[in-house]
Ligand binder design. Structure first.
Ligand code: SGN
Ligand code: CA
Length: 530
């Protein structure tokens, strides 16, 4: 393993506890910061009030905002492959999908690759993984893990630990609360003389957005604003945007997704979706009764009126039901962040802990008519990122271009471990120490690659580059025999990415510049076409 503690001279001043002038023969020991990585699954930045989006203003997240008040809110944080297991593999290895092997949702990464928590353990850290693991390999590098089965279950989820003989044992409770409880348990039981790194990974707010019983009626009377691109006809982009199957109108199901139990109309062929039924059958009698009663009450008007409604009215109802359940699920996540922050404050851990709040990728809240993610278009490619860093003033925003390949180098730097040569990411510590400002030698471009074109939601394989203003995307022909096609966007002129400007003469030079950059990044990163 390529681990080496940094020599004192390379360490930022904040990492040093022992002054060189102490003249003892002892080696300089870096102060190793604690790390808490809180990661939700599919949390749109549009649903965090600190980001200011109209949706979140009607359903605020005061505790996540509290973290932003202590730290840096990143406006330009992106992922390298907008899907769960690739994003998790990137976090764990610091490598791009094609380097760690986790290119798609359901393949297994190269298990010979080192995991960051293994390096942290070697450097004396206690490590923990709580909640959604999702990887198709066993956890490695954790002193303690309590993980969900596959995507995880909202109610009474199965949980596997080192002591459950490979079984997932159901634990009564709501997934978000259980993750919080086990995270705090880890903190309580740890050895206070050692640094720790704790991954707190929620199932929430992943599909099918099942709120906690206590929040089933929250936001019921609010009419959430429909995004301006909701009725996008995709006429000014290539076929990928047209052929996706992630439309609220066409692909969101009445029963599984929208919980209109009792509806047996033609839009409901998946009525008996076993996954949805499995999720309900996991509930205790009391949970199920409360759930059924709440949805029966909410659904009564819709069931009585749906046959008389226009298609557009039904789609609007779908949007409201989707967004409300999603934001209810987020409410529990926000409570969880509050509990963790309270614990850290009460136990004097704020001043030596990096606290990160992020999602495994972004998500569509109706923009372009969509839910889900996968695309290199903004709402999916961009992910929320808020980091509180010891000693900083807080309450600042950063426009620095960052990506999930940066987590691993940041955590290694926080532990005083030299970054392995195969990691392309950059430590965010210089950005954090400088109140979010972009360091002079920072990157200009990001590389993105989505591979899982055969899977659910039918998003074509694509890769591309982005430099904060311009975005160049190449969509691959699925047979690998045709050249595919390209898209180009000027985010300043067209922030909603409605017009493919690849053939617009005004951008001729810029298009060429980004095309070259894409070729260069593919070559430098050794990305194979197929
Ligand atoms: C499930 C969901 C999809 C979702 C993928 C990946 N379908 O398959 O809608 O895109 O997960 O999500 S569901 O009917 O099973 O909910 S990811 O966040 O894990 O990448
Ligand atoms: Ca996800």
């Amino acid at each position: 393993m390529n681990t080496k503690l940094l020599s004192g001279s390379l360490l930022p001043a904040v990492l040093l506890t022992t002054s060189l002038s102490s003249c003892t023969k002892q080696p300089v020991v870096p102060k190793q910061m604690n790390i808490i990585h809180i990661m939700t699954d599919d949390h749109a930045f549009q649903a965090i009030s600190a980001y200011g989006h109209p949706l979140s203003q009607l359903a605020p997240t005061p505790n996540i905002d509290r973290l932003a008040q202590r730290g840096v809110l990143f406006r330009n944080a992106y992922v390298e492959n907008s899907l769960s297991t690739p994003s998790r593999a990137c976090l764990l290895t610091g490598l791009y999908s094609h380097q760690n092997g986790q290119t798609m949702l359901d393949n297994v990464l190269d298990t010979s690759v080192t995991f960051v928590p293994e390096l942290l353990q070697e450097a004396g850290y206690q490590t923990g993984m709580i909640g959604k693991w999702h990887m198709l390999c066993e956890p490695r590098g954790f002193d303690e893990y309590k993980i969900f089965r596959n995507q995880g279950e909202y109610y009474n989820p199965g949980i596997k630990t080192a002591d459950t003989n490979g079984e997932y044992v159901p634990e009564e409770g709501y997934a978000t609360d259980l993750v919080t409880k086990h995270a705090i348990d880890f903190l309580e039981k740890r050895d206070p003389n050692k640094p720790f790194c704790l991954y707190v990974h929620h199932k929430a707010p992943h599909r099918n957005w099942m709120p906690d019983i206590k929040y089933l009626d929250l936001y019921e009377d609010i009419d959430f604003p429909v995004p301006s691109t909701f009725y996008d006809d995709y006429n000014h982009r290539g076929c990928a945007a047209k052929q996706q199957r992630m439309s609220i109108d066409k692909d969101m199901s009445m029963i599984f997704d929208l919980k209109l139990y009792g509806y047996d109309g033609s839009e409901c062929k998946e009525n008996l979706d076993p996954y949805g039924e499995d999720m309900l059958q996991r509930m205790t009698k009391e949970q199920r009764e409360a759930w059924d009663a709440a949805y029966a009450k909410k659904n009564a008007w819709m069931l009585a009126n749906i046959d008389k409604m226009s298609h557009e009215e039904i789609v609007r109802w779908k949007f409201q039901r989707y967004v409300k359940d999603y934001l209810r699920v987020i409410k529990s996540v926000d409570d969880s962040v509050g509990e963790i922050l309270d614990y850290l404050e009460k136990n004097n851990l704020m001043d030596n802990t990096i606290i990160v709040y992020t999602s495994d990728q972004g998500f569509y809240m109706g923009e372009h008519g969509w839910f889900d993610k996968r695309f290199m278009y903004e709402e999916s490619f961009r992910t929320p990122l808020i980091i509180s860093y010891p000693g900083m003033k807080g309450g600042v925003e950063s426009t620095t271009l960052v990506q999930n390949i940066d987590f691993a180098p940041t955590y290694l730097a926080a532990a005083g471990i030299e970054k392995p040569a195969n990691m392309s990411g950059l430590s965010l510590i210089p950005v954090l120490q400088n109140n979010g400002q972009r360091p002079a030698d920072w990157r200009e471009y990001l590389y993105y690659h989505f591979y899982d074109h055969t899977a659910e939601h039918n998003v074509m394989r694509h890769d591309g580059v982005f430099n904060l203003r311009y975005k160049y995307i190449h969509f691959y022909d699925e047979t690998g025999k045709e050249p595919g096609y390209d898209e180009f966007f000027d985010l300043q002129e067209d922030p909603s990415e409605m017009y493919n400007a690849i053939n617009d003469v005004r951008y001729k030079e810029k298009v060429e510049e980004l095309r070259k950059q894409l070729d260069k990044m593919r070559t430098d990163l050794k990305v194979e076409e197929f």
